[in-house]
Design a protein. Structure first.
Ligand code: HEM
Length: 381
């Protein structure tokens, strides 16, 4: 991605996002004029008097390096001289641009405002709302479903390969979720009682873990996608399921194939769209995408996609994890041991069960040695 395009994209995206951040920040100077120069009313520090050379200034106003920074600010990203090799190393700060809602600021400042005034507070609130909603649902409604997944003749719901792929992915996701939440919210939740030393150490190790588990999650997500995509393709009956919200409020589960429309929604929205967003932006943040110009603009864009995508994915999978543990009786056993009872299959995935009874789908797909008491194979009618 060339520099001009990455800057255009940075300005456009940050402009749009920061417009949300609305609240004026006293640190940034007042609103910009159409000319993109310093905004009207922006008071530049007094010009140094003729006799105030840097040496004299250092004496009379120690630490006041205004002329230097004025030069840096007005350099408009014209690279200064440096021995440090690499992109942008000669550019100390990004160009000042006009951002709606943030007015006259560098892209870095606009990004900081989007992160601190929008992604962190709204993202945090959204995750809390999701957790509270799940807790209220559980205490209001309890675990759903009647049939146990154990007992009677059994049907293989997940093969050993599918379960291994799922749990590898699930463990990587939980590690990334926890380390990501600590990096984003640890400052508010942990630092006040942990103190800087312990918090610094823990965050450093969790960040390192995050950077290494990320690529692993990228691979396992791909495996999950191709392993389950066939049974997540939309089917006519899914619409009936959606219209009746799966029978969640009537107490009568709506018949579905192997995966119901709710699971398919998590698959396409959570695994595919959000998974891809978080993984691709994560690989950029990990500098693992070849031939990419890792400018500050690129990293700022990648971070905003990554953080926003991760918050939405966490909210979606809070629901999946709830249903996969407490929320749906027998679901955990299905993914833990791979088998469900006939009664469970009939109650939760009636159309899938009928296809197995009719011999369209085998009751046992893998040569799993643990297979026993499985439903006898019926010749296709
Ligand atoms: C601790 C975390 C997790 C738990 C406890 C969990 C639990 C479960 C359970 C019990 C099932 C079986 C549901 C059924 O029988 O229909 C399942 C299916 C599935 N899970 Fe998870 N899961 C977790 C994390 C994840 C993550 C992070 C992903 C992907 C990013 C994921 C993707 C899937 C997929 C694709 C299926 C197959 C059903 C479908 O395709 O809709 N799971 N999970």
């Amino acid at each position: 991605m060339n520099k001009a395009l990455s800057r255009w994209l940075a300005v456009t995206l940050l402009g749009a996002a920061s417009a949300w951040a609305q609240a004026p920040d006293p640190a940034t100077p007042p609103a910009a004029t159409a000319s993109n120069g310093p905004p009207p009313g922006f008071v530049a520090p007094a010009e140094p008097k003729a006799d105030d050379s840097n040496a004299a200034r250092a004496k009379s106003q120690p630490g006041n390096n205004a002329p230097f920074w004025r030069g840096v600010r007005n350099s408009g990203e014209t690279a200064g001289v440096t021995q440090v090799p690499g992109l942008e190393t000669g550019v100390l700060i990004q160009r000042f641009e006009r951002y709606p809602g943030v007015d006259y600021a560098t892209a870095g400042e606009a990004w900081r405002q989007v992160r601190n005034r929008f992604i962190i507070p709204y993202g945090g609130a959204l995750m809390l709302i999701a957790l509270v909603a799940i807790a209220l649902f559980y205490f209001g409604r309890g675990s759903m479903g009647h049939a146990s997944a154990e007992g009677g003749r059994r049907i293989e719901r997940f093969t050993p390969f599918e379960r291994a792929a799922h749990w590898l992915n699930a463990i990587a996701f939980v590690l990334l979720g926890v380390s990501g939440i600590v990096m984003a919210f640890g400052k508010f939740l942990l630092l006040p009682w942990m103190g800087h030393t312990v918090f610094g150490l823990i965050t450093y190790w969790l960040k390192t873990l995050h950077n290494f588990v990320g690529p692993l999650f990228a691979v396992s997500l791909l495996v999950i996608f191709f392993t389950f995509v066939k049974d997540n393709l939309p089917r006519r009956e899914d619409w009936t399921w959606v219209k009746k919200a799966g029978g969640m409020f009537s107490g009568h589960e709506v018949p579905s194939h192997r995966f119901n429309a709710g699971e398919k929604g998590i698959f396409w929205g959570g695994v595919f769209v959000l998974g891809l967003t978080v993984v691709l932006s994560g690989l950029v943040l990990d500098h693992l995408v070849p031939n990419l110009a890792y400018t500050r603009g690129t990293m700022q864009i990648a971070h905003m996609f990554h953080a926003t995508g991760a918050v939405l994915m966490l909210c979606a999978f809070f629901g999946h994890i709830y249903l996969g543990t407490l929320g749906m009786r027998g679901a955990y056993t299905a993914m833990r041991k791979g088998y469900v009872s006939e009664a469970w299959a009939q109650e939760h995935h009636a159309l899938w069960y009928e296809d197995i009874r009719a011999g369209k789908i085998p009751a046992q797909r893998s040569g799993d040695p643990a297979a026993r008491d499985t439903l006898p194979q019926t010749r296709q009618a």
